[in-house]
Design a binder for this molecule. Structure first.
Ligand code: AMP
Ligand code: MG
Length: 486
């Protein structure tokens, strides 16, 4: 079948608009052929959202395209980027991810379709370009949970077993994650542009990104300052939403910060069970740089690196540019506070929290840390006024009594409604993800994985069947470790 009619049959309308940018920003490359591809997950809802034909994509021709063995007319490419990794700038690029095109949705929006784990590129730096099934299933689950929680994120269209083994600490089943993003351009892509590409071509790249992601900024007086301000606000909002569900990203390097401000790169991330502000899960984060409590500071640090990369675009006089950028960045903390207390207020049923609420809100967070209360369950218990749970902690009980006095001034149904809307009953807890991955990879048994997945897709609609996933054995979190790059 000719490319055009195959693409039409599958509902794929792919462009390669990124290739309009200077050729140093990418490398054309086709995915490696998967010897024996097989769908393990296929995201029907996302398939439909993208305008892809579900009945066709699930069959052999569709599988071949999404596992990279069937070339389409759109050119496939890997992106170049740099990144501050644990504070040090490195040249990177997609070492194991290949964009097969940008899908034009029925709404005429563009979404990158990227195959993660699809083989080597010129940026692979000694890596094998591959990914293991367990890590890709983990990303699929957590990114779908984030989406269902209403948090901006890259999404997962499919997990495909490749039929070959990959070598990590041991031999594992290889897989591809089909990742969908508004764009994969990162802070690090701008850092790469500033350091490796002359200004005129770098400016063309920045203009491409603005046109694609923030077309409303095109006519701003200084669109690069406006870009900084827009990305700053959205990234801060994103981190606030992580904080308020107890999500630890785990590897907030500047190459893992998206200009579209979606959560990206689900490597060593995890949700907290007990609330421990200094918690990190990642095997390589020995000094706690990317701990839960550091995330707001790190996003500010990362935004400063993004701002530096924009300076020559903002003004040819770098001193003038630096002044303009720091005027924007100086608002980071106040914006964080504003978003944080506003959103935390909503979790506690207060539609518009005011300055006097700050102590009440802070006291809850502090007592949760002091008593190592479960992050998700505490908020959920408050939202349903579960007296049995609340009575278990004296501090929580006396806080609850103060809170009752505060919300007595609000409309009761509104309090209830806000709390149910903002406090999930279920998140993908590490203990249950690990159990599900274990079954999926050692016995080819997807039953637990699919059951958990179906529940985390409806996090705000408690059902009795969620009970088992709301608990984990005591002490589990203390020894739980996550890994990058699997
Ligand atoms: P990450 O920690 O996932 O953000 O990855 C950091 C960098 O390492 C990126 O440039 C990745 O493309 C690259 N990378 C990670 N795993 C592999 C692999 N197995 N083969 C080649 N490159 C990889
Ligand atoms: Mg990355």
């Amino acid at each position: 079948m000719k490319d055009n009619s195959l693409a039409r049959k599958l509902g794929l309308k792919l462009k390669s608009s990124y290739l309009e940018t200077d050729s140093r920003f990418y490398s054309e490359v086709y995915p490696a052929k998967a010897p024996n591809p097989e769908y393990i997950c296929l995201n029907k809802e996302l398939v439909k959202f993208l305008g892809i034909n579900y009945e066709e994509i699930r069959l052999e021709d569709g599988l071949k395209v999404l596992s990279g063995s069937n070339k389409l007319r759109a050119k496939a490419y890997a992106q170049a980027y740099a990144g501050h990794q644990f504070g040090y700038l490195t040249m990177l690029g997609d070492g194991r991810a290949i964009i097969i095109g940008e899908q034009v949705t029925p709404e005429e929006d563009l979404y990158d379709i990227q195959l993660k784990g699809a083989g080597k590129t010129i940026y692979s730096r000694g890596g094998d370009g591959k990914a293991d099934l367990s890590a890709m299933l983990r990303e699929y689950m957590i990114s779908e949970a984030m989406h269902s929680l209403g948090i901006p994120t890259t999404r997962s269209l499919a997990v495909i077993k490749t039929g070959e083994q990959v070598l990590r600490e041991d031999l594992r089943e290889g897989a591809i994650l089909v990742r969908v993003a508004k764009s994969h351009v990162r802070f690090g892509t701008f850092q790469f542009g500033r350091s490796a590409v002359e200004i005129a071509k770098y400016r063309e790249f920045a203009d491409y990104v603005i046109k694609r992601l923030y077309p409303n900024l095109i006519n701003e007086e200084n669109k690069y300052v406006s870009l900084l301000e827009t990305v700053m606000k959205r990234q801060i909002k994103l981190v606030v939403s992580w904080q308020l569900v107890g999500f630890v990203h785990g590897v907030m390097n500047t190459d893992n910060m998206s200009i579209a401000c979606e959560t990206i790169d689900y490597g060593p991330c995890a949700f907290l069970d007990e609330y421990e502000p200094s918690k990190t899960f990642s095997s390589i984060d020995r000094h706690g740089r990317y701990s839960y409590e550091n995330q707001p500071k790190i996003i500010k640090w990362n935004l400063a690196r993004f701002a530096e990369s924009l300076l020559p675009l903002i003004n040819e006089n770098l001193n003038v540019a630096a002044q303009q950028a720091s005027d924007v960045l100086s608002r980071c903390e106040s914006i964080y506070e504003l978003y944080y207390y506003r959103s935390l207020g909503k979790k506690l049923g207060i539609a518009s929290s005011n300055k006097d609420d700050k102590n009440l809100l802070d006291d809850l967070i502090n007592l949760m840390a002091g008593d190592k209360l479960d992050f998700t369950n505490t908020f959920y218990a408050l939202s349903i006024e579960d007296k049995e749970y609340i009575n278990k902690s004296e501090k929580l009980l006396s806080w609850y009594e103060r809170w009752l006095l505060r919300v007595a001034t609000e409309r009761a149904e509104e309090v209830k409604g806000l709390m149910i809307e903002h406090n999930p009953a279920i998140i993908p807890r590490n203990f249950w993800i690990e159990k599900a991955l274990q079954k999926a990879t050692s016995n080819n048994d997807m039953s637990l994985y699919n059951d958990l997945l179906s529940k985390i897709k409806n996090p705000f609609s408690y059902d009795k069947s969620y009970d088992k996933y709301m608990k984990v054995p005591k002490g589990f979190q203390d020894s739980y470790i996550t890994y990058c790059g699997n």
